[in-house]
Design a protein around this ligand. Structure first.
Ligand code: FMN
Length: 200
């Protein structure tokens, strides 16, 4: 399925071809490939180089571990994510290692690391589907995640699959057109909500 971004200005193919599928192929993701994805995350920028992101990964080849992460997702996400070959929990450390102060940008930096991973995934013809619909306290209990860490997201990783494999509600979302606010609504100059010259 082609859900390529319709852009007003040209962007790199790695970004234009990215989208968040719910239907994944059964094809496994090689461990070397997973290594590349998390290496890309590792080299993200972060506030004070804190690197506050932590990831917990499970593949379908490890059924018990896969179910452990699956059980940390809300039911509507479980319905499609159970078909993905890899599931990941995204966790952020809330305080700085160097002084113990609160790190207000920990979630930002987890997002930045996940974005790097997502671009690397595009380069390897893999897709990522992020989820806020998780059960953070269930994850904390299942993995004994310390209080100084927030369980922020989960994401599925895999190769594109056939939308016909999805439950009806998820299939509808899979086939829906992609939408975005205009650049003018997002990029300002000289004043709040005043579109920049190139975003008008
Ligand atoms: C932080 C975050 C949380 C999300 N949570 C969910 C979720 O719980 N369930 C879901 O089906 N999609 C979830 N999504 C996917 C978004 O709905 C999707 O990225 C958005 O609709 C834009 O579509 P696109 O990624 O295909 O361009 C999430 C995405 C992000 C970045």
């Amino acid at each position: 399925m082609n859900k390529q971004a319709e852009t007003r200005y040209p962007i790199h193919d790695l970004l234009a071809t990215r989208w968040s599928p719910r239907a994944f192929d059964d094809r496994a993701v090689a461990l070397e490939t997973l290594g590349s994805l998390f290496e890309a995350a590792r080299w993200a920028a972060s506030c004070f180089n804190e690197q506050p992101w932590r990831f917990i990964v499970a593949t379908r080849e490890q059924p018990e571990e896969f179910d452990r992460i699956l059980g940390c997702l809300v039911e509507p996400n479980q319905a499609w994510a159970k078909q993905a070959p890899v599931l990941v929990l995204g966790v952020a450390k809330k305080s700085f290692a160097h002084n113990g102060n609160s790190n207000a940008h920990a979630w930002h930096d987890l997002g930045l690391a996940t974005a790097g991973l997502t671009v690397q995934a595009s380069a390897l013809e893999l897709y990522i589907h992020a989820m806020a619909g998780i059960l953070p306290e269930e994850a904390r209990a299942r993995y004994q995640i310390p209080e100084d860490y927030d369980v922020v997201t989960a994401f599925a990783i895999g190769y594109i699959g056939d939308a016909d494999r999805l439950p009806e509600a998820a299939k509808e979302q899979e086939l829906a057109p992609r939408e975005r606010r205009s650049l003018a609504e997002q990029v300002f100059s000289s004043g709040w909500e005043n579109p920049a010259d190139f975003s008008k």
